[in-house]
Write a protein that binds this ligand. Structure first.
Ligand SMILES: Cc1ncc(COP(=O)(O)O)c(C=O)c1O
Length: 471
């Protein structure tokens, strides 16, 4: 049989053929073939995923904290459909209506130019690519090499952005004793990238300078501020589900300004409303980045997207020069149309208020769950992104490596695996990336009733966790 749509006479998918081709020919991410669980998706609608067997899952994680408008939302979808009547691909040397409109919407209507820090944007087709552009721009502008990057942070999976990654382990290979060998990309840790300590958690209690900031200042002085182009950060960490202490970003911003270091703010996951502000840096009043990276929610992940916003000085420098950069897909008209559709809808319908209101309901529900389950050690977050850290009876992380995990050994006993398996039994897609942390990040279209459904599933899953870890 030739490839393409596989159907029987009733026009239904032949899932057996699909599974066999997927297992045989696709090069899979993150799971080894011996442990890969085939999960066929028949379709996605609104806040739900319909699986091959006809059952549905409430998507309480917005896929990879990415599909913020739910699935196939009419705003980006209608915009893409309309754009397809006029455009396919147009390369970056020519201008389309959508590219200009998307840039104006983001820089002027959302970020407030010309009365704000932001001056220009370049649209790309992934967050990773935007990170690579940002690091190049910072190095070219400053003429400096070093980039500082927070432990536990995540900035993408291409080689350059992988060097900015705050957790380790690129490939965990099987051996005689299971998955014990973690191999980094040769060259890691790479020259030019300096890790700084992760921020303290929201419940860190001591007064005075945060230890992470004191250590960062020591590192700046040890490396020499004259060698450091930028510090790249995440507002709330995506992969690691870590919400920084409330004083962290004000302190880090002050350090960067004092030592003349650019701030690259990676808002791929937290931007476009996720934390209840347009961008996560706005949770701390009166601070602003020099370069900001966007992606995911900027078009509800209706098409692959990313973008780099720069301040006026960097924008002027690069715009006055011949910057040999770019990819075939920069400013792609269909991607830009999806951004126009999403941002216009968000502005016209005051989606930020919805995120704040539903976010408050989610937080209250999680706090209630925490009062019932001793394995919940901490709930932290903002807007519609809250992380739940799971602990043992001693209050310590259940899996000792916690956010330093190398994804080695038997992962099926990890709390995140137990929780996600049990939630799926109850029809909810919810889990986490690092072993002890569950990331609740539903689409902005979530209802209170759906939050209740997810909490019931989470409650059931926490009881299962207690059976494993409390005996
Ligand atoms: C903070 C952050 N930066 C960058 C990326 C990479 O973006 P993409 O997967 O679109 O390449 C991600 C992806 O999850 C992310 O969370």
């Amino acid at each position: 049989m030739l490839g393409g749509f596989v159907s029987d006479t009733n026009n239904t998918t032949d899932w057996a053929a699909i599974e066999s081709w997927d297992r045989r020919y696709y090069l899979h991410n993150t799971a080894a073939s011996t442990e890969y669980a085939f999960t066929g998706v028949e379709r996605v609608d609104g806040n739900y995923i319909t699986l091959a067997d006809g059952s549905t899952l409430l998507d309480f994680q917005s896929q990879l904290v990415s599909d913020s408008m739910g699935h196939r939302h009419e705003a980006p979808h209608n915009a893409i459909r309309q754009a397809m009547e006029r455009y396919g691909h147009v390369f970056f040397g020519m201008a389309t209506t959508y590219r200009a409109e998307a840039a104006k919407l983001l820089v002027e209507d959302v970020l407030g130019a010309p009365n704000s820090w932001a001056s220009r944007v370049r649209f790309l087709t992934s967050g990773t690519e935007a990170v690579e552009n940002a690091v190049q721009a910072a190095r070219l502008f400053t003429g400096k090499t070093l980039v500082m990057t927070q432990a536990h942070s995540f900035h993408g999976m291409a080689s350059g952005s992988t060097f900015l990654r705050g957790y380790r382990g690129n490939v965990t290979v099987p051996g005689d004793r299971g998955f014990t060998q973690v191999r980094d990309i040769p060259g890691v840790p790479a020259p030019g990238y300096i890790p700084i300590p992760p921020p303290e958690h929201t419940d860190y209690l001591d007064d005075g300078t945060l230890p992470s900031l004191a250590a960062t200042e020591q590192l700046i002085r040890a490396c020499g501020a004259e060698n450091i182009a930028a510090i790249i950060t995440e507002p709330m960490f995506g992969a690691a589900g870590l919400m920084p202490h409330k004083d962290y970003y004000r302190g880090l911003h002050e350090l960067m300004r004092r030592y003349g270091i650019l701030w690259i703010d990676d808002e791929v996951l937290c931007g476009a409303g996720r934390l209840g502000e347009w961008f996560g840096y706005q949770l701390t009043p009166d601070i602003a980045p020099d370069i900001m990276i966007v992606g995911k929610g900027i078009n509800g992940s209706s098409l692959p997207s990313g973008g780099m916003v720069v301040n006026e000085a960097i924008g002027d420098f690069l715009e006055a020069a011949r910057w040999w950069s770019g990819s075939t897909w920069d400013g792609h008209p269909l991607v830009c149309a999806s951004i126009v559709g999403t941002l216009s809808y968000m502005l016209e319908n005051d989606i930020l208020s919805t995120v704040r209101q539903r976010g408050q309901y989610l937080r209250q529900s999680l706090d209630h769950l925490a009062s019932q389950h001793s394995h919940i050690g901490r709930v932290s977050g903002a807007g519609l992104y809250h992380a739940v850290d799971l602990v043992g009876v001693d209050g310590k992380p259940l899996i000792e490596d916690d956010r330093y995990t190398g994804f080695a050994g038997d992962l099926s006993r990890n709390p995140n695996a137990i929780i996600s398996g049990a939630c799926a039994e109850k029809g909810v897609f919810l889990g986490g990336f690092v072993p002890n942390t569950i990331k609740c990040a539903p689409p902005f279209t979530i209802t209170e009733g759906e939050i209740d459904h997810a909490m019931e599933a989470f409650d059931f899953a926490l009881r299962k966790l207690a059976e494993v870890y409390s005996g």
